[in-house]
Design a protein around this ligand. Structure first.
Ligand SMILES: O=C(O)CCC(=O)C(=O)O
Ligand SMILES: [Fe+2]
Length: 312
């Protein structure tokens, strides 16, 4: 496996206050020049944005209710129908409008992250408030239930953007982890083939390059309106979009409390597949050693397999 990197939002790398000021100025410049096309998008409107099955599960707000609408092709990869076709169309129109504006004014914008060249940061275009509501009212209830061990119950900031793949756009996305605790990835359309997401297991910083176990490798084919929710540390990438044009909405959801606590945490994280495997192996070795010790005390001759299992 080649070296895996973390995707970051541009201008957010341990940002100094002068860098923060520049980012703020940049956003103000975009927003004072850009004229939104689909103003309906800029205010949260649940009945217009989301499909009824998703809204019902949010209202019920129980694990069972969410499980009724979710498929989980591999542990921690949750997929479910989320966006109305009408909402996808509105957002695609707005993306088209952003592109036309960029073309006409030759305004240069920051790419969506350090990995994708095509797309746009929606927060920079005035959608920050709507996306904050999306996270607080519609992602937080699910991540509180499914991802509490990675700060899923304390999400308090986000990075919301669009990515675009196809001819004259990005082709694929290399294996990476996100700068998020929990990531929402929803396909908006349009017509395309390829572009499947692939996942290779959850890893902490120390184990980011540790090989996948066979059961950890899974692919998922995007369907317009359908969401994928996963931990940011779940290693993943996107295969080549072989024809057509694929546009996805991404929301990297972050928890400042979780990030602070991680700095002082001594214990190996339970959510890292490699940490879990190391712990299981340690437990196996110590129980085999104890077994051997007891057998010696009782004068029982150990079998060769029992003596082998204690060797490192
Ligand atoms: O292209 C995709 O669907 C994946 C995008 C992604 O993983 C990301 O932006 O972090
Ligand atoms: Fe990603």
């Amino acid at each position: 496996m080649s070296t895996i990197s973390q995707g970051n939002q541009n201008g957010n790398q341990e940002s100094s206050s002068s860098c923060e000021k520049l980012v703020k100025e940049y956003r103000e410049r975009v927003m004072s020049n850009y004229r939104p096309m689909r103003r309906e998008l800029y205010q949260m409107n649940p009945n217009r944005f989301f499909v009824p099955s998703f809204l019902n599960a949010i209202t019920e707000n129980t694990e069972e209710g969410f499980r009724n609408i979710i498929s989980e092709p591999s542990p921690g990869i949750l997929t479910f129908d989320m966006l109305q076709p009408d909402f996808c169309k509105l957002l695609l129109d707005e993306v088209g409008n952003i592109e036309n504006w960029l073309h006409e004014t030759r305004f240069r914008i920051m790419p969506p992250n350090t990995m994708n060249a095509y797309g746009a940061v929606l927060d920079d275009f005035g959608l920050e408030t709507m996306l904050a509501k999306l996270m607080e009212d519609f992602i937080l209830p699910m991540s509180t239930i499914f991802f509490p061990e990675v700060g899923g119950a304390t999400l308090d900031s986000h990075h919301g953007y669009i990515v675009e793949y196809g001819k004259d756009r990005d082709d694929h996305l290399d294996l990476h982890v996100d700068d998020s605790e929990v990531t929402l990835n929803v396909c908006l359309g349009e017509q395309f083939s390829g572009g499947e997401l692939f996942f290779c297991g959850v890893r902490c910083d120390k184990h980011i390059n540790v090989e996948s176990e066979p059961g950890e490798i899974v692919t998922y084919s995007h369907v317009p309106g359908r969401a994928v929710l996963h931990r940011g540390r779940h290693r993943h990438g996107a295969l080549s979009t072989t024809s057509g044009h694929r546009v996805n909405l991404l929301l990297w959801c972050q928890s400042s409390i979780f990030r602070q606590l991680r700095k002082y945490e001594k214990e190996a994280p339970s959510w890292c597949g490699a940490c879990r495997k190391e712990k299981e192996e340690r437990q196996l070795r110590s129980s085999a050693a104890l077994n051997l010790e007891l057998q010696k005390l009782l004068g029982v001759r150990p079998t060769s397999s029992e003596t082998d299992s204690t060797s490192p």
